[in-house]
Design a protein around this ligand. Structure first.
Ligand SMILES: [Zn+2]
Length: 380
């Protein structure tokens, strides 16, 4: 048995100060205030030295880890994020990937998840292929501006069976509904996300009966439909904000470029900490930075002055969320662990509770990761 002592436990809605937490057989076996809890003899002791102990972070949307493309090298990418406290990691595809590359993603992830080193990989986030290429980076490379046909998507569905947790698409694409129905029939638990899109709220809401419930990188790569000049229209962001059931993914970079801090506070006010999911949306791009953005260190540009994801890891995103909104450590773990677990369909992690997988991190008050425990094992 392992005992983590002198811990400030971060629960889903409160703290337990000066606490001890027990781990046995890879699971959280118990916890409580130290002064009221006896530590059995022979326990392996980990001293948290008064720092926070919370559930491991869950990054549902990231394309790379370090310089490794996640779809090609899932283990190396996941290991990189694991050292930053991400104990569950979904491999995200790029919308511009070719059919064969989607199929290869499925194959690579399936194999990686069988290996012990792939333990932190939780599955796949298909971002694409059916998006609206007017929104997002690398527009010229997008090969899917053609009719949506089963010959293309059936093998992609098959490659992702049992692995895909979230599937991002643009609801306004012609013939999206037969595709959505085919995915839903093959993967009843999948969630759909509105991604790189200028759909009307009505087009988004029409897909809710099939599981449309996530706004991909909310307020990024979404359109604005204007009914009349100088009259603000409604589009994707408004539909995500309006519908209580929709989760909003947010990329919280340090300068608040993906999401302006004021916008972040507005979204937090509307959605609350129960419907926000922090993502890294990490990519790899070495295009030069546009003028005026030379000091930006945690986001990528595509060379055509479009933003192309981030260089973030989730613990930094949590820190930025606290910085930009005034959220507490409890709230940061909620949006960085509990909510993303639920979006990805995991009920065995994402909070401190007896019987859950012992995925835990020890962090200081600035969310610097001191220790990472995966499935009851200290990995950092
Ligand atoms: Zn994207």
């Amino acid at each position: 048995m392992i005992a983590i002592i002198n811990a400030e436990l971060v629960m889903r809605d409160h703290f337990i100060p000066e606490a001890v937490l027990f781990i046995e057989n890879g699971k959280i076996a118990g916890y409580g205030e130290m002064r009221k809890t006896e530590i059995p003899e022979g326990c392996e002791i980990i001293d948290a030295e008064g720092e926070y102990v919370g559930p491991g972070l869950v990054d549902i949307h990231s394309h790379t880890g370090g310089e490794f493309q996640a779809w090609q090298e899932p283990i190396k990418a996941a290991q990189f994020h694991l050292t930053h406290g991400t104990t569950t990691f979904l491999i995200a595809t790029y919308p511009r990937q070719k059919k064969e590359q989607y199929i290869e993603t499925g194959k690579n992830v399936r194999e990686a998840m069988k290996l012990p080193e792939g333990k932190s990989i939780g599955g796949i986030y298909y971002e694409g292929p059916y998006i609206n290429a007017n929104y997002g980076s690398n527009k010229k490379l997008y090969p899917w501006d053609k009719p949506i046909i089963p010959e293309d998507y059936e093998p992609i569905i098959e490659a992702g069976l049992g692995l895909v947790k979230v599937w991002g698409l643009a609801p306004e694409r012609p013939d999206i509904l037969p595709f959505v129905k085919a995915v839903k029939a093959a993967m009843p638990d999948v969630r759909f996300a509105v991604t790189h899109s200028e759909a009307t709220p009505q087009q988004i809401e029409a897909l809710m009966p099939y599981g449309m419930s996530v706004g991909t990188h909310h307020t990024n790569a979404t359109g604005t439909i204007v009914n009349y000049p100088e009259c603000r229209g409604v589009c994707v962001d408004e539909a995500v904000n309006y519908n209580d059931g929709m989760y909003a993914e947010l990329i919280c970079d340090s300068r608040g470029i993906h999401v302006d801090p004021y916008m972040l506070r507005l979204v937090r006010k509307i959605k609350g900490d129960s419907r926000i999911v922090l993502i890294s949306d990490r990519t790899y791009n070495d295009a030069p930075k546009p003028a005026g953005y030379e000091d930006v260190f945690d986001i990528n540009f595509d060379g055509a002055n479009d933003i192309a994801g981030s260089k973030l890891t989730l613990e930094i995103a949590c820190r930025n969320y606290m910085k930009h909104t005034g959220a507490s450590m409890v709230d940061a773990f909620r949006v960085g662990s509990y909510n993303p677990s639920r979006v990805a369909g995991f009920t065995d992690r994402g909070e401190i509770a007896v019987g859950l997988r012992a995925d835990l991190i020890i962090v200081d008050r600035k969310m610097n990761v001191k220790k990472v425990i995966l499935d009851g094992e200290v990995v950092r």
